[in-house]
Design a protein around this ligand. Structure first.
Ligand code: AMP
Ligand code: GLY
Length: 427
């Protein structure tokens, strides 16, 4: 059993992972790099060690005898944190740099899906502005343009007509806002979005509870995309049979194809799906836990997360294992700072944290400690997760707790999980 676990990252997702590891029977000592002001209450934090500073992570992990490292953010995966830690003898949960290409390159993911027969939107790759403008004349609208590469969930532009698509191409190619040289032009899919995350050991797939994420900044799914403004789990209409069907059509073929390529996938395979009239289609893969999905999923987990993480590291180690979840519902509301997602506001004092924590799980994202107070330090600041026997109870609890918290310019969506409440309890 591990004695010391290191969680890499410093957002709400990592805070939720730290809390879930705290519930493990293994009772590991918990470290988190860099962590944040809230994680500091649950783990020893290392603010000077950036999540993608691979050398510093290796030094910390070997110096402290870490026997389980868990990587949160994609930047650390793509920087090769798992490869370097494993090479230094630190057992690490997460995909290798090569396997993380599934998230790091949309072009790679699209090719792999085509080879594995996984349903997804049709697409073309655009390598230059000229090529893009020509393609925009031929395509149907609405359409979707995506930067190839990591863009924290923000490099996707939905375009209603050719004018909007041309403007998006200016952003990608002329302004270079997402640093991409390749842009994906993708068929617009209609339906309902679902995030289905699964633990993978290179061969087997163990699904976690499904969740729904709210990507846009404003109520009613208006405004620009963000990293995620709220989530809930489970999702009405996606019980064990539906989850199994998706895993069979999406996750298992991808895991098999990755193994065939010589880059077996260990870690969390996160499928962002659109469930339309002709079944699930993949919008994107992530090679890590979702944020804020994790804040709604992990509080419901009843299985031991240390056992699952250790098993996923071993080839075939998850055979016969499952992840069990409480029947409770969880609703997570994100509190963001002024200006998010274009910018963020720092240094505003946060009030009401203790009162909120009496009602719900409060996990920290962009927070910092200053003169004995907790202040804002990023775009997404806090996550408030309410639990309850039905969606309405969980939602009421989350909002009741969130209302206790205040800081200058606080942004909050008021419609998180409203859809789930309507479906389960009626209008
Ligand atoms: P992604 O980062 O690729 O998941 O895209 C972010 C968000 O953009 C998704 O959660 C969807 O809401 C939307 N989106 C992405 N691709 C499509 C598509 N092909 N059709 C419709 N909406 C999309
Ligand atoms: N919630 C979306 C993501 O983690 O990418």
């Amino acid at each position: 059993m591990p004695e010391t676990a290191l969680v890499v990252g410093g957002g709400g997702r990592e805070h939720a992972i730290v809390r879930a590891l705290r519930r493990s029977a293994a009772a590991p000592e918990l470290l988190c790099a860099p962590g944040n002001a809230g994680i500091a209450a649950d783990a020893e934090v290392f603010p000077a060690v950036a999540a993608d500073d691979v050398e510093a992570l290796v030094e910390l992990a070997t110096g402290r005898g870490v026997d389980l490292a868990v990587i949160g953010p994609e930047a650390a995966l793509v920087a090769g944190a798992v490869d370097a830690l494993e090479a230094a003898g630190v057992p690490t949960f997460g995909p290798s740099r090569a396997a993380a290409e599934l998230e790091g390159s949309k072009a790679f993911a699209k090719e792999l899906m085509a080879a594995a027969g996984v349903p997804t939107a049709s697409h073309v790759l655009l390598h230059s502005h000229e090529e893009a403008l020509a393609a925009l004349e031929r395509t149907a609208y609405p359409t979707v343009l995506k930067a190839d590469g990591l863009a924290a969930g923000k490099g996707v532009i939905l375009c209603g007509d050719e004018g909007a698509a041309r403007a998006a191409c200016d952003i990608f190619f002329t302004e270079q806002r997402f640093g991409a040289t390749t842009v994906v032009l993708e068929e617009f899919l209609e339906g309902e979005e679902l995030s289905l995350l699964a633990l993978c050991d290179g061969e087997n797939v163990v699904p976690l509870a499904p969740a729904q994420d709210y990507k846009r900044i404003f109520d009613g799914d208006e405004g620009p995309n963000t990293g995620g403004m709220g989530s809930y789990s489970p999702v009405p209409g996606f019980g064990a049979a539906e989850v199994e069907e998706i895993v069979e059509r999406v996750h298992r073929p991808v895991v098999a194809a990755m193994a065939e390529c010589g880059t077996p996938f260990h870690g969390v395979l996160y499928a962002g799906l659109m469930i339309g009239a002709d079944g699930p289609k993949v919008l994107e893969f992530n090679a890590r836990f979702g944020d804020p999905e994790t804040q709604a999923v992990l509080p419901r987990l009843r299985s031991d997360l240390v056992d699952l993480f250790r098993a996923a590291r071993e080839p075939g180690g998850l055979a016969g294992m499952r992840a069990d979840f409480a029947d409770d519902w969880a609703v997570t509301v994100v509190l963001a700072s002024a200006g998010y997602p274009e910018s963020s506001s720092k240094g505003d004092v946060i009030h009401g944290l203790a009162e909120a924590a009496e009602l719900a799980e409060v996990t920290h994202a962009g927070t910092a400690a200053r003169d004995g107070e907790i202040v804002t330090a990023g775009g997404r600041v806090l996550n408030v997760t309410g639990l309850g026997p039905d969606p309405a109870a969980a939602r009421d609890r989350a909002y009741d707790a969130a209302r206790r918290i205040s800081f200058d310019g606080m942004q909050i969506r008021t419609d998180i999980a409203a859809r789930a409440v309507k479906r389960v309890s009626g209008p």
